[in-house]
Ligand binder design. Structure first.
Ligand code: C2E
Ligand code: FE
Length: 367
């Protein structure tokens, strides 16, 4: 058993966690930090922070990083009761209480005795989740009014930090989904069933890391690269879906997908869309200046364009298209090496070669 914390010890815990909480932008990690905070404040054996999902009418939590979310109905157990009534609960013998859901103990083999639940609200005063502390670790084994006060304080602070993290998460996820969907519009029209745009994003990210770009540049490239072929929406089906080789006129028209993509995004003041404009524009430029639309060469081609070029061709060759069969990995490697310094930036090709397993893994994972 432990001794109750003195006021100055409580303060020390709060200060220790305050820094961690403000610095954390990842929602899952934030939930775990808050759970740790709750546990340390009231000396509980376990503590979890539950969030409400209004779309599914469920509460969810995360108990460890990389492990799947635990999900329960929004009215289930003490936590569901606390969430749906907006009231705090202290229970000192769980098995004596009708609200207790024994099934959870049965499935985990853990024995719940005392429970403290505290709901928390967003800035509009709407309950968005709740803390649940289980099994007090002091001699008395019971949660007190003081525990309730202390955890309520932590909860009111948590509600605000969680709210902004949830909104941020929501924005990022929406953005990612919209970009992928836009990229897939081109993909589905050309009847490519695979995950071409997702793979190109992943290869580009890895290659950018290997090339020593900063994490934020790598992420920017990963987000924007799925849109490289967006200009293909303007290419007629007779050309896009043509089973055989294109005539000179047809290919000339096909080439305009780069400038079309560029014009779609170039007026934006958003960094992400400006990046997408560059990638759409330059992903078919070649190191030796023989690419299109502008015949740029070497460093004149933006590093994002040079990276996406390799990612795009590697993926195009390893996939079946209406106009061609998939190539063997051996043939692809020979081709890329042969194009080192012609189509592709030689130093990027070297990095690609030295780390080929990474790229093959991605290819296999997203088939
Ligand atoms: P895509 O199918 O996504 O191919 C992207 C790039 O991968 C091509 O850019 C090219 O650099 C490389 N690539 C793909 N397949 C082959 C191949 O069999 N041999 C070689 N050496 N390289 C290959 P590119 O050539 O500028 O083509 C741009 C887009 O034009 C292609 O995107 C595709 O949509 C279309 N396209 C190119 N050639 C043909 C064709 O013969 N028939 C049809 N129907 N479409 C074609
Ligand atoms: Fe393209």
């Amino acid at each position: 058993p432990q001794n109750e914390l003195q006021s100055e010890e409580l303060l020390a815990v709060i200060f220790e966690y305050m820094g961690k909480i403000t610095a954390e932008t990842d929602l899952d990690k934030l939930l775990m930090i808050l759970a740790d905070l709750g546990k340390s404040l009231v000396l509980a054996d376990r503590c979890t922070v539950w969030l409400h999902n209004p779309e599914t009418h469920q509460l969810w939590t995360i108990v460890a990083h990389g492990i799947e979310r635990v999900i329960i109905p929004e009215k289930s157990g003490f936590i569901g009761h606390s969430f749906s009534t907006g009231e705090s609960i202290i229970v000192n013998d769980a098995y004596e209480d009708v609200r207790f859901n024994e099934a959870i103990d049965r499935s985990t083999g853990y024995r719940t005795k005392s429970v403290l639940c505290i709901p928390f609200r967003n800035s509009e005063g709407i309950v968005i989740g709740a803390f649940q502390a289980i099994n007090k670790m002091t001699v008395s084994e019971i949660f007190t009014e003081r525990d309730k006060e202390v955890l309520t304080l932590a909860a009111s602070y948590s509600g605000k930090s969680l709210e902004s993290s949830i909104l941020r998460n929501e924005l990022i996820e929406t953005q990612r989904e919209m970009i992928e969907t836009m990229g897939e519009i081109g993909e589905s029209r050309s009847q490519e069933t695979g995950h071409h745009v997702k793979r190109v994003a992943k290869y580009s990210y890895e290659l950018a890391k290997l090339a020593g770009l900063s994490e934020s540049q790598c992420r920017l490239l990963k987000l924007a690269s799925p849109m490289h072929d967006i200009g293909k929406v303007a290419i007629p089906d007779t050309i896009l879906l043509k089973p055989g080789p294109l005539s000179k006129e047809e290919f000339d028209l096909m080439k305009t997908h780069t400038s079309i993509g560029y014009h779609v995004f170039k007026h934006s003041s958003r960094q992400l869309l400006r990046t997408a404009a560059i990638i759409a524009h330059e992903h078919h430029e070649k190191w030796d200046g023989t690419g299109y639309p502008n015949g740029l060469k070497e460093q004149e081609i933006h590093i994002f364009g040079r990276i996406t070029a390799i990612a795009d061709v590697f993926d195009a060759l390893s996939s079946e298209r209406v106009y061609k069969k998939a190539w063997s990995m051996e043939d692809i490697m020979t081709f890329l090496l042969e194009q080192r310094g012609k189509h592709f930036d030689p130093s990027l090709i070297d990095l690609f070669y030295q780390n080929i397993d990474t790229f093959i893994d991605i290819r296999l994972k997203y088939t």
